[in-house]
Design a binder for this molecule. Structure first.
Ligand code: HPA
Length: 261
């Protein structure tokens, strides 16, 4: 159904854009836009259920599929529903997915406006998108190199070429939310080895690995909850959108180079 609408487009790489980052998909050319409600099975039963769409087109001459708007577990979706967009990307041929998100800093070195390349994750949602009823070789997916180390270099090189802000390497903690963390929880996640925290990505990463899709993760640090004694959604959204031009440039450069691994 989706394939039929893509014409000549064959996106081997896909992107999921996080909160406030939708603008990074504005420059696609030869674009096909498919509202989520037109995708069979796409979860729409959420509490908030805001609109989203899949855009497939070209960025810097490279075919790419971009999910603008994701499905969060805090909206009432199951882990399996949260993973659905990534499964769709796999179905249309994506071999690599770039998961982006807005995240709070847990590490004093990571300031608002910085980027963090995710090198590993801690799934604190207590759930998994892996469905035991699916016929497959094994449900015991290896997460040892969930964020492909070969792709880290592609991103760090692309960042050196395109952006004027720090790109740190760090561990992303994924929680269910929707409430932000207490100071005690933040200290706990920091002590556990987390560098940034957010309410997405970890479930999608697991689903991508199950589908043998390589994962790149990029967090935009939108707030510093330990330092700021809490978090505000307003800050998260506004700091996220400030980074859009850099995120666009970084994605275009990653797209141009991701196959050179
Ligand atoms: N905590 C959890 N999720 C977030 C944060 C935070 O501080 N910032 C952006 N997403």
């Amino acid at each position: 159904m989706i394939q039929g609408r893509l014409g000549q487009l064959r996106p081997a790489i896909a992107v999921v854009l996080g909160s406030g980052l939708g603008g990074a998909a504005d420059d696609l050319t030869d674009k096909v836009t498919i509202p989520y409600r037109d995708i069979p099975g796409f979860p729409t039963s959420g509490v908030i259920g805001h609109a989203g769409e899949l855009r497939v087109g070209k960025m810097g001459g490279v075919d790419v599929a971009i999910m603008v708007g994701r499905v969060h577990m805090y909206e009432g979706y199951s882990a399996s529903e949260a993973a659905f967009p990534v499964r769709v990307l796999g179905e249309i041929g994506a071999k690599t997915v770039v998961l982006t998100n807005a995240a709070g800093s847990l590490n004093p070195q990571l300031a608002t406006g910085d980027l963090m390349l995710i090198v590993d994750q801690i799934n604190m949602t207590g759930t998994s998108p892996i469905d035991m009823n699916t016929q497959r070789e094994t449900p015991f997916i290896d997460m040892g190199r969930a964020y492909d180390p070969q792709l880290w270099e592609v991103v760090t090189r692309a960042a050196a070429k395109t952006i004027n802000r720090p790109l740190h390497l760090g561990v992303y903690v994924g929680v269910k939310g929707p409430q932000y963390e207490t100071p005690a929880e933040l200290k706990f996640y920091r002590a556990a080895g987390g560098d940034a925290i957010g309410m997405s990505t970890v479930i999608e990463c697991i689903a991508a690995r199950e589908a043998d899709i390589a994962v790149i993760g990029v967090s935009v640090i939108t707030n510093m909850p330990l330092l700021e004694h809490g978090a505000s959604h307003q800050d998260v959204v506004s700091s996220g959108s400030e980074v859009i031009p850099d995120m666009k440039a970084l994605l275009a450069e990653v797209l141009a180079n991701h196959h050179h691994v």
